[in-house]
Design a protein around this ligand. Structure first.
Ligand SMILES: [Zn+2]
Length: 649
């Protein structure tokens, strides 16, 4: 095999091929289980690699369905989900396999290395969390729940995508687009019957553009209302999901889904999570009230939810004279990408080289990552928004660094997908500074995956990392997108080539914590809602009531009653963040702490940065982050650094 898989997919033959592969896997599993003397080498390793190879086959489909969504990818993806879920549920409940892992751990615990031990421990825990030790009736029910859950999540996500694409607001009155930046208007403008019109949609760059700069308050409310009322049919899915998740947790011996969720996380118990979040609410509230008071001075009318982005931008401009539009010419996409590579080279001595390879879209590119002159990983970047792409930004791993059954090495690869403004022949893709931060964030995930030196793929790179620690490397890296010495590496004007002036950076840094306490409250609102929602069974109106109740404490501007935020909360209903949204804040503590150490040491000659590469990035999930963090800092995480990072006193 070549170092990296080719990105190829046959949609027509996919389901048949999947079924054949799973059949072969099941046959191989049967044979493995028949072995008399099961060892790590002859049993665990082949089991692990079987999963890895299945990922190699399946990832191109899930990836395409996200970045080049079509009726065909949807159909194949939807058809494959129950098949693959049934397969993995069967494995995860196979009592013989569970016994085999326990037996191998017993026999070899003194001779296996810590990576191998961690694989066994996580597998045994995984089996117990998926009910391998339960009776047949309970197992059968769990299997049904898993298939249903996965279908519901996919429907949730698809409903949201359909609703997002179904809406458009056509503006014909030039007065209504006054103040909106040229680059955004460029994307919105079209001609119809000789009339110039502007189309705004619920896709991120377009929606944000109007909410930030759109003068017409009625249009802002119309867009906002369309956005927060998307996919009302998801309310029913939420009810069903909550019941199923609770039933699942009960079957596995937990009181509720929140308890089940934290069994695999750094956090010890429910009280610790809620205590952590509520303390942050308390610490942020006073400053958030001051922030709102100041924001209110910008308008004669009482501020509503659909005003806050607009007036925030206005206040920000007044206070810091910071016009994001003035910054965009300094953040031309290609410059930013190359600059980020340059920064990583200076920080960790790693190098990226562009690869000549045909991918799924002409705007997608791949790069080889070299360390000390040796090829180590491949990175795929697909950064620009298009209609067939799911919203948001994410990193997804493809190959994982490991040693295969025959002792040869497999290298890692990862995708970074974003929704940046599209480039055209006449216009380059000019990023907002937020986009730069997003790119650094996803790159933090990607290098966590790609720089792993772990030999066991189940605990290599981002595999096996606790959920509430998984955002540590991404948030760590995104913090550098505000550092003057880092920005100066790449932020040069795309026309004049002038490096971004010190004064502009100063303003950027100053405005970084603009309205930070309000932003903190909003994230805490999501986190507390998610966590409490999964601590007992909420149904129908109770879901809204819970959210309203939390908002009394966290939402200083009263949210309109038509706002059904929950129906678009894909993180927890279509992603893996259920009872785990708090993880973002949790990991921020780790990242803020490590980040300030590097900064205080002068960034480019920092000993902590070097340790970060060797301890955190290279180790992947081979040890608990609680242990790795202690190895890095020689102490536990200091929560005060989270407030310091956000400028909250
Ligand atoms: Zn992330």
């Amino acid at each position: 095999m070549k170092e990296f898989l080719e990105f190829k997919i046959d949609l027509d033959g996919f389901i048949n091929e999947l079924k054949t592969r799973l059949k072969n896997n099941n046959k191989q599993i049967e044979e493995l289980l028949k072995k008399e003397n099961k060892t790590y080498k002859n049993f665990v390793k082949p089991m692990q690699m079987m999963d890895e190879y299945l990922e190699h086959f399946f990832t191109p489909l899930s990836h395409l369905n996200s970045v080049n969504n079509s009726d065909e990818t949807q159909k194949v993806y939807a058809e494959s989900l129950p098949i693959i879920t049934e397969y993995s549920t069967q494995i995860s409940q196979n009592i013989e396999m569970y016994k085999a892992y326990k037996e191998i751990l017993d026999n070899e615990k003194d001779t296996l290395n810590f990576e191998q031990l961690r694989v066994l421990e996580l597998n045994i825990q995984g089996f117990e969390l998926s009910g391998a030790h339960l009776d047949e009736k309970a197992k059968k029910r769990l299997a049904e729940i898993n298939i249903k859950k996965s279908e519901l999540s996919n429907n949730f996500s698809q409903n949201l995508l359909d609703a997002t694409n179904a809406y458009e607001k056509i503006i014909t009155d030039e007065a209504d687009i006054k103040g909106i930046p040229q680059s955004d208007l460029e994307s919105a403008r079209f001609e119809e019957d000789g009339v110039t019109k502007y189309k705004f949609t619920l896709q991120m760059p377009s929606y944000i553009a109007y909410m930030t700069y759109g003068k017409n308050r009625e249009i802002r409310e119309e867009l906002y209302k369309a956005y927060v009322t998307r996919a009302p049919e998801n309310a029913k899915i939420i009810d069903e999901l909550l019941v199923l998740k609770n039933e699942m947790a009960n079957l596995l011996g937990f009181e509720n889904y929140a308890q089940y969720s934290i069994a695999t996380k750094m956090a010890k118990n429910e009280d610790e999570v809620l205590g952590f979040l509520e303390k942050l609410v308390t610490n942020s509230k006073a400053q958030a009230k001051e922030e709102l008071k100041e924001l209110q001075t910008m308008s004669d009318k009482k501020l509503e939810s659909f005003d806050s982005t607009y007036y925030s931008e206005m206040l920000k401009k007044e206070k810091y004279d910071l016009d994001e539009e003035l910054y965009r010419p300094y953040f031309e996409q290609k410059n930013v990408v190359n600059g980020m590579f340059d920064f990583l080279n200076k920080l960790f001595a790693i190098t990226f080289k562009k690869v000549d390879e045909k991918l799924w879209d002409k705007k997608a590119f791949s790069y080889d990552l070299h360390v000390e002159g040796r090829l180590r990983a491949r990175l795929y970047l697909d950064l620009e928004a298009r209609e067939s792409k799911r919203g948001g930004a994410w990193m997804h791993n493809f190959q994982t660094h490991c040693t295969k059954e025959d002792g040869t090495k497999q290298l890692a690869s990862a995708f970074i997908v974003c929704n940046f403004p599209p480039s055209s022949q006449n216009n380059p893709s000019l990023l907002r500074h937020d986009d730069v931060v997003t790119l650094f964030h996803e790159m933090g995930h990607a290098i966590h995956h790609m720089l792993s030196t772990v030999n066991e793929n189940e605990v290599s790179g981002v595999n096996g990392v606790e959920w509430d620690a998984v955002e540590f490397p991404s948030q760590f890296l995104e913090n550098f997108a505000y550092e003057p010495s880092v920005l100066k590496l790449f932020a040069s004007h795309y026309k004049t080539k002038e490096i971004i002036p010190d004064k502009m950076i100063e303003k950027l840094v100053k405005s970084k914590n603009f309205l930070s306490a309000s932003g903190m409250l909003r994230q805490l609102e999501f986190s507390i809602f998610d966590f409490k929602l999964h601590s007992k069974v909420y149904q129908g109106d109770e879901v809204q009531a819970l959210l309203d109740n939390i908002r009394e404490d966290t939402a200083l501007i009263k949210t309109p009653s038509y706002n059904k935020f929950q129906n678009g909360f894909a993180h927890i209903f279509a992603g893996g963040y259920a009872a785990g949204y708090y993880s973002y804040k949790w990991a921020e503590v780790l990242s803020a702490d490590a980040f300030f150490s590097v900064v205080d040491e002068g960034i480019f000659n920092s000993k902590t940065a070097n340790n970060y590469l060797n301890v955190i990035l290279k180790s992947g999930g081979s040890k608990s982050m609680a242990i790795l963090f202690k190895e890095l800092m020689q102490r536990d995480a200091d929560t005060n650094n989270l407030l310091r990072l956000n400028g909250i006193k």
